[in-house]
Write a protein that binds this ligand. Structure first.
Ligand code: TXA
Ligand code: MG
Length: 337
């Protein structure tokens, strides 16, 4: 199949492009669109054959459920059977935005959308293209990140095309609004206290203001997201992640680089003096700014076909926790300095 890319530059393009995408969704196709976190691969959440096309295009395991995207809270009645008051509080505080909530599902949501679980994850995105598409379509849109399963989530239309060319009919391109760069925070509202299943830009500290006793799922706990057990964010080359204080990690990376032939490794770093005789991708020191470019850096590193990728870790505070969660999954080895 031919994959068309429609670039959205202004309001006219937005109206026209989302009209084309909405009719494809109505005819049961899967289309890629930007959200403020990462690009999503969307289909009609209530149409099992349409949702099956998402799983096929991504090679996604059937037991890894999808996030259902909504225009606003009014669409929840058709999808979920119970909304605890704390879930309403979080929606009022963070929607539209980078927070997804696990709630008990109604029978209207097909099993394929939720991987057979009795719960469904819902999110109301903020990106204007995502919002306009949801309004034009008029119903809930199931959308995982628009990468091949196991690969790095796409933050540019070009990344989606790399993975999805020939697999889907349409990509809506509007990179400017992809400001978050990490997938949304996932919070389970069916547990007491609430549980953070996946860290994101809506941080534990931010959630704690509304849910003081919220907990974080341990990586081996049974209630974690099904998706967290799969290999993720994996460049082709082995990735070593360096943990610790910045001067120590910079020095340790320099020592490792010295052991390799010039130009055969890629360093992804943010602080310190780095060797000049190899590929290096410099990231912002601030974790807020780094979050929006980290996935693009992983994809760029991969395209240089190195023998090894070395990454300098960030402090695990605030958004740094979410960045390090993704980098730990990308890493084949971690070294504490
Ligand atoms: O920012 C985002 O969340 C992006 C954009 C497109 O909205 N979407 C996204 O979807 O990251 P995906 O499928 O790549 O990640 C969804 C995560 C997976 O780890 C999945 O296992 C988990 O949410 N999940 C989905 N339904 C669940 C459920 N009912 N219970 C627990 N975890 C669930
Ligand atoms: Mg994903």
């Amino acid at each position: 199949m031919e994959t068309e890319v429609i670039h959205i530059k202004d309001e006219n393009d937005l109206a026209e492009a989302t009209g084309v995408a909405a009719s494809l969704l109505h005819s049961g196709e899967a289309v890629a669109f930007p959200t403020e976190t990462v690009y999503g691969l969307g289909a009609d959440a209530l149409n099992p054959e349409a949702v099956a096309k998402i799983f096929a295009a991504k090679n996604r395991p059937a037991d890894n459920p999808l996030i259902v995207h909504l225009t606003d809270q009014s669409q929840l009645d058709g999808l979920v059977s119970d909304i605890p008051p704390i879930a309403r509080t979080l929606m009022s505080a963070f929607w539209p935005g980078q927070l997804s909530l696990v709630l008990p599902k109604k029978a209207t949501v097909p099993d394929i959308t939720t991987g057979g679980l009795g719960t469904v994850v819902v999110r109301c995105p903020q990106h204007p293209t995502a919002r306009t598409l949801l309004e034009r379509f008029g119903g809930p849109i199931a959308a995982p990140s628009a990468n091949l399963s196991g690969k790095v989530s796409p933050t540019r239309a070009a990344h989606v095309l790399e993975d999805m060319q020939g697999r889907i009919p349409l990509i809506l391109e509007d990179d400017a609004g992809v400001t978050g760069g990490l997938e949304s925070t996932v919070v389970d509202c069916t547990t007491e206290p609430l549980t953070i299943l996946r860290p994101g830009s809506v941080t534990e500290e931010m959630l704690r203001e509304y849910a003081p006793d919220i907990t974080v799922a341990q990586s081996n706990s049974p209630q974690r997201s099904p998706g967290m057990k799969y290999q993720h964010y994996a460049p082709t080359a082995p990735v070593t992640l360096f943990l610790g204080e910045e001067t120590a990690t910079a020095e340790a990376i320099a020592r490792q680089v010295a052991k390799h032939k010039p130009g055969t490794v890629v360093c992804i770093w943010h602080t310190g003096d780095f060797p000049t005789n190899t590929h290096s991708i410099r990231l912002p020191v601030s974790t807020g700014a780094a979050a929006s470019v980290i996935f693009a850096a992983l994809r760029r590193a991969d395209q240089l076909h190195p023998q090894h990728i070395f990454i300098q870790g960030y402090p695990t505070m605030g958004v740094g926790t979410a960045i390090m969660n993704r980098l730990q999954k990308a890493a084949t080895t971690t070294i504490s300095c």
